[in-house]
Ligand binder design. Structure first.
Ligand code: PMV
Length: 322
């Protein structure tokens, strides 16, 4: 049995929309921070006695639509390794599931590492990121720690994640504000497919966000927090604009999400360096510096009464037990 841990990540430059559904190639490159506070532990064992793959998530045996994608992912590992047996997969999520904190990222990154190792493969980070990508796009970035760029690429080989170079002057924190723990109604997969197919803003998004990713690499290397923050907030708001311009329009924002985005702007007016980002759910994440993290958390709790969790850059996916 092999157990792996992978941490989730939050994109500073968002992935939103596929260029190729089958290969899971994204329409744009994206860039993220891996978070120390949220992770998934997954154990995999291939067993000749099993008549089918099994998947237990947080102690509950999964069936049907929850089991099929895991089994399909294992088929890819079997094809890569030549391993024939079915597998027993056990996962524990230390991430609020499906509330926009990207548990699918840590889930498929942990599964990619645990399953490939259990099948006898020894893949490097780039190869693991390609494998994880097939489970969930953002999972490609959770293979690596700290700051990660996922190059969109044009085929399976060229679409992979690697570390971005970041100035040691930048000591960033991501504060997750838990606006709602309820399961989201439109999954990221459905949301992006609807956006690609119908959003009037999709082409503009692709052009701007790809440029933004290049600008972000420069800003991180230069250690320019203001620029990093501005690019982060704009990528998120552009992504959410594409859903508002879909047909029919939809949004992941709740009234409180927007209030928090505006509150980040208000805190900046008070001289606090903080910028907002959001994914496919109502939670808002606030990007700030280590120096200001406590102040941002106490201000947000005082004003909104919501639970916050502060995350620092986290480690790459790694094996816990082999
Ligand atoms: O990989 P998925 O299907 O979970 O998509 C993730 C999409 C966003 O979280 C909204 C943005 C991102 O880059 O993580």
């Amino acid at each position: 049995m092999t157990t792996a841990r992978a941490h989730t990540n939050i994109a500073l430059i968002k992935y939103w929309g596929k260029a190729d559904q089958k290969l899971m190639l994204p329409a744009t490159s994206s860039l993220s921070m891996t978070l120390d506070a949220f992770y998934t532990d997954t154990s995999v064992v291939f067993d000749a006695d099993l008549a089918a793959d099994t998947f237990i998530l947080d102690g509950v045996a999964q069936t049907g639509a929850k089991l099929v994608p895991v089994s399909t992912f294992l088929d890819r590992v079997r094809a890569l390794s030549g391993r024939q047996n079915y597998a027993r997969v056990t996962s524990v999520n230390h991430v609020p599931t499906a509330a926009g904190l990207a548990s699918s990222a840590s889930a498929y990154a942990a599964l990619a590492l645990a399953a490939s190792r259990a099948a006898g493969l020894n893949l490097d980070a780039a190869a693991l990121s390609r494998l994880a990508r097939r489970g969930s796009g953002s999972a490609s970035r959770s293979i690596l720690g700290d700051y990660v760029v996922w190059h969109r690429g044009t085929d399976d080989l060229s679409s992979f994640a690697e570390n971005a170079t970041v100035s040691p002057a930048l000591d960033l924190r991501m504060i997750a504000v838990l606006v709602s723990d309820k399961e989201k109604r439109v999954s990221s997969r459905q949301g992006m497919a609807a956006t690609v197919a119908t959003s009037a803003y999709f082409d503009a998004w692709v052009a701007e966000n790809e440029l933004a990713c290049q600008k972000m690499l420069v800003a991180l290397e230069a250690g320019d927090f203001t620029r990093v923050g501005e690019l982060t907030e704009r990528s998120a708001l552009m992504m959410h604009a594409t859903t508002l311009a879909a047909n029919p329009p939809f949004t992941y924002m709740l009234p409180e999400s927007l209030a928090l985005v505006q509150y980040a702007q208000a805190m900046r007016a008070d001289g606090i360096p903080v910028y907002a980002t959001m994914d496919a759910g109502p939670n808002v994440k606030l990007l700030t510096t280590a120096e200001y993290a406590d102040e941002v958390q106490s201000r947000v709790t005082a004003k909104f009464g919501e639970q916050t969790v502060c995350a620092a850059p986290g480690p790459a996916a790694h094996i816990l037990e082999d």
